[in-house]
Write a new protein. Structure first.
Length: 225
């Protein structure tokens, strides 16, 4: 289960990114490749399961919504008769005004999930009060203060890996560190674009998958060199 503290302590940047890509791939299939588009409606860390190969799988389809074509991308202004779906902190703001669910609802939840995976803070953390949300916390810090908000365990793990990556020598490649930070900034920016308040301004899941995959390729090149 991705939501466990133990898992977050042991996953490095590459592993977390792989899981995020797995989730994005699953959402793309649900939204665009099923006979009828499906919205999960409750995407959160505890509903992402990891198998023995550390592949991420979306679970718990108890709140799914099957969409007609006209509600595919963005919610309507019509009041919903299904009640509030999802979990506090992960469900999009339009649910609060009674809008129907749409694929963009899952995009918001994915954005929050992505931020949590790399920041190490839940959207319901006690520090987020009033206008300060996980989304705003990250947005304000990017890009200059990214190292101040990234999960400390993640940075520590990455530095330790870098320290022993060059034939056992105890020095780090500064340029590689800079490139990794650039990748982290790009990942968090995707999380920000996915979790904006307006459904119409959120990223398309296909673009999310493509951009995260591009970041993964960049990380692989860094590790290879």
């Amino acid at each position: 289960m991705l939501g466990s503290d133990e898992e977050r302590r042991t996953l490095n940047v590459q592993q977390r990114l792989n899981i995020a890509i797995d989730v994005a791939c699953a959402l793309e299939y649900l939204h665009h490749h099923c006979e009828t588009s499906i919205v999960h409606c409750d995407l959160k860390p505890s509903n992402v399961l990891l198998d023995e190969e550390m592949t991420g799988h979306i679970s718990d389809f108890g709140l799914v919504k099957f969409l007609s074509n006209e509600w595919l991308d963005y919610p309507t202004n019509q009041s919903s008769s299904i009640g509030v779906r999802g979990t506090i902190g992960y469900c999009p703001p339009e649910y609060g005004v009674g809008s129907e669910v749409s694929t963009s609802s899952d995009i918001f939840s994915f954005g929050i999930l992505l931020l949590e995976m790399f920041i190490g803070k839940r959207p319901t953390d006690d520090m987020f009060k009033g206008d300060l949300t996980l989304h705003n916390f990250v947005k304000i810090a990017l890009p200059e203060r990214v190292t101040e908000i990234i999960d400390f365990k993640l940075l520590q793990m990455q530095l330790n890996e870098d320290a022993t990556s060059t034939h056992g020598h105890s020095f780090r490649n500064r340029r590689n560190d800079e490139l990794i930070i650039e990748c982290l900034i790009s990942i968090l920016e995707i999380g920000i674009f996915c979790s904006v308040e307006s459904p119409q301004q959120r990223m398309n899941i296909g673009d999310v998958f493509a951009q995260l995959s591009s970041i993964r390729n960049k990380l692989l090149r860094i590790q290879f060199h």
